[in-house]
Design a protein around this ligand. Structure first.
Ligand code: PEP
Length: 253
């Protein structure tokens, strides 16, 4: 199964930051790309919406997929400040992150809304990366598996069957904190996510990769990426610097 490693720039990056994306592309075109050849590893970057089209243009011909960080479920309308899946697609995006914990907690996004956004992404031909993950309080209450399983069941619509997508397990307490779960904890949740995906989607649910996200760095990437059922990584802070992101990608080799 191929691995997918995606950088989420969040609300970071003005024009000059495109040099970092170009450095990632250059790294992939060099010896790192050679060592990954045939491994099926796919690399993506999700900049702020303002940079999507410019990043697509500046990476023309490179093997880096560009994506958005969210989209509205509707294709158009009176939704001030929002962006539709169709708009991202027209800008050249091929991926879109949906249901990130910063959207779930900051904007009250529910599983049902995330599922509607997934349908919108598929309608526009985007490959969704659907995020799930428990809070520290939920983990400490012994509810991590139950919470994440419920999120997967509610956020993955039936129309995903046969389509390209991934699920990203991102424990909220590991995002931007420098904390990471143990390999055993990651494997426990990824196994639960896989079981839920299969229950919801049948054969399609057995194939789509399950990414891990939360304080992935060059120093821990190889161990995390080799854990059972870890099909890639969703990387926040460490994707802003090409050297760090390339160091993480090297961990997939
Ligand atoms: C994220 O927000 O998706 C994320 C994984 O962030 P970080 O790598 O900075 O923990």
């Amino acid at each position: 199964m191929y691995k997918l490693i995606v950088g989420n720039w969040k609300m970071n990056g003005l024009g000059p930051a495109l040099a970092e994306a170009q450095a990632v592309a250059a790294g992939l075109a060099g010896s790192l790309g050679g060592s990954l050849a045939g491994s099926g590893v796919r690399i993506g970057l999700c900049p702020p919406s303002t940079l999507v089209e410019r990043m697509v243009r500046s990476l023309a011909g490179a093997s880096v997929l560009v994506g958005g960080q969210d989209c509205r479920a509707e294709a158009s309308g009176a939704f001030t400040g929002d962006i539709s899946a169709e708009m991202l697609s027209e800008a050249g995006a091929v991926l879109v992150i949906l249901g990130h914990s910063e959207r779930r907690s900051g904007y009250g996004e529910t599983d049902a809304l995330v599922a509607a956004k997934v349908e919108a992404a598929l309608r526009a031909g985007l490959e969704p990366i659907i995020c799930v993950g428990e809070t520290l309080a939920e983990r400490e209450a012994g509810r991590a598996v139950a919470v994440v399983s419920t999120q997967v069941r509610g956020s993955l619509p039936q129309v995903l069957a046969g389509r390209a997508f991934s699920v990203a397990y991102e424990p909220v307490w590991a995002i931007g904190t420098g904390l990471t779960p143990t390999t055993a904890q990651i494997e426990e949740i990824h196994a639960a996510v896989r079981a839920e995906m299969s229950a919801v989607l049948g054969a399609s649910g057995t194939r789509a990769p399950i990414l891990y996200g939360g304080s992935v760095k060059p120093g821990n990437a190889a161990e995390i990426l080799s854990a059972d059922e870890v099909g890639g990584a969703l990387v926040g802070g460490a994707s802003l610097k090409s050297a760090d992101f390339l160091g993480i990608i090297a961990g997939a080799g």
